[in-house]
Design a protein around this ligand. Structure first.
Ligand SMILES: [Zn+2]
Length: 147
């Protein structure tokens, strides 16, 4: 049991506290940093799980990246991919839906692709979600090369 950020050894209670709070193995210092991020940005903890899932797959991403007008849950700048985690997918209102679509439109205009991932997908299908994002990155990379 080691911290996924700094490889520090975790004892049982640190490990349990981190898994309970975030679902990711982090040392107390890195745990505190993530909890601060969650509190200041209202970041879903699934965003942190996906961030480390991507990191494990060798993908450098950014958490809560400020794109000039809003904070993106996860951004992969190399391929201009923005990932937003939807926490209440079943309860989306039409106002929220049109707002999301408008944001996606603005991102596209700036050359960014936005995908929205329901948080339950990360909870139950983290590996498959990461694999699909890798595929999307591959597609975007090919497309960026083509233009
Ligand atoms: Zn650490």
């Amino acid at each position: 049991m080691t911290c996924v950020e700094c490889n520090k050894q975790l004892d049982y209670s640190d490990h349990k506290a981190s898994m309970d709070a975030l679902g990711v193995e982090l040392c107390p210092a890195h745990q505190r940093r993530m909890i601060k991020l969650i509190e200041s940005h209202n970041t879903p903890k699934e965003a942190i799980q996906l961030y480390y899932g991507l990191k494990e797959a060798g993908v450098t991403a950014m958490l809560e990246w400020w794109d000039g007008s809003k904070s993106i849950d996860i951004a992969i700048s190399r391929v201009k991919l923005n990932i937003e985690i939807d926490v209440e997918y079943n309860m989306i209102t039409h106002e929220q839906a049109i707002h999301d679509l408008e944001e996606a439109m603005h991102s596209f205009k700036n050359g960014f692709t936005t995908i929205r991932i329901p948080h339950v997908l990360i909870k139950y299908y983290l590996k498959e979600t990461v694999n699909n994002i890798l595929g999307i990155m591959e597609g975007l990379r090919t497309h960026i090369k083509a233009i």
